[in-house]
Design a protein around this ligand. Structure first.
Ligand code: NI
Length: 248
């Protein structure tokens, strides 16, 4: 149930039965030697849409560019500054809240978004807390990283072990290959498992992680695994969403 494929009167009818909406948010950034630039946006969108089907909730347009300044030393990567992303999240939530949406369930595809989106939620809540006060029910926002579902973590650990890593992971690459089988490309990674470590700005990141990966071997990815990971995360998120919506 995609917001952009509804009419305004259908959205009005939806709001009579639910005030919840799923907000996919990803990133447009390098994902190692064989991962797509759009990996995080594709994952958030695929998971968000499947979840919407499962729980019969509307799904907003994907926020496809996130906070990814540390990837800018690799061609094709894009970022919003933290302050810009906060403004985007605030304005999208405020627009939908004007019509009566109250529960904003962000399905996130990119670890680098977490701090900024959480700060955006604090801005939204601060506005309510500092305002004159009213009897209207408040806005609630929740952020869930699709790869942190318990079922996904179990499956990733069993299948990829210590080759999962934390960027350009075989799990996220699998999910994009499930969504886009034409994008499958296997190649030998050198070293097989990328180094782990810290980073600051984009130049520092590229020095530490020359091919873009962190701690992973995405050559282990497969479309079949992507299908299993999708099923795993949607199961967990559907329970989480239903539980959240059932609370007053
Ligand atoms: Ni990613």
């Amino acid at each position: 149930m995609l917001l952009h494929l509804q009419t305004w009167s259908e959205v009005e009818a939806y709001l009579r039965r639910s005030t919840g909406i799923i907000m996919p948010i990803g990133s447009t950034e390098q994902h190692g030697p064989n991962g797509l630039i759009g990996t995080d946006a594709i994952c958030a969108e695929v998971v968000g849409r499947s979840l919407g089907e499962r729980v019969q909730a509307l799904v907003a347009p994907t926020i496809a560019v996130g906070m990814a300044q540390h990837h800018l030393a690799f061609a094709g990567s894009m970022t919003l500054r933290p302050s810009t992303l906060i403004a985007v999240v605030r304005d999208m939530v405020a627009s939908l809240a004007k019509h009566g949406f109250r529960r904003f369930y962000f399905v996130n595809g990119h670890g680098g978004n977490v701090a900024t989106v959480t700060a955006a939620f604090s801005e939204i809540y601060a506005e309510a807390s500092l305002g004159p006060g009213s009897n209207s029910p408040g806005i609630r926002c929740r952020l869930r990283n699709w790869w942190e579902s318990e079922a996904v973590k179990r499956l990733s650990r069993e299948t990829f072990g210590n080759a999962e890593g934390s960027h350009a992971t075989p799990s996220e690459v699998s999910l994009t290959w499930h969504a886009h089988p034409e994008a499958v490309r296997h190649m030998k990674m050198e070293p097989e498992i990328a180094p782990m470590g810290e980073f600051a700005d984009a130049a520092d990141y590229r020095r530490a992680f020359p091919d873009g990966r962190i701690g992973s071997n995405p050559d282990l990815a497969s479309p079949e695994m992507g299908a299993r990971l999708l099923e795993a995360t949607v199961g967990d998120l559907a329970r989480d969403y239903a539980d959240w919506m059932s609370r007053g």
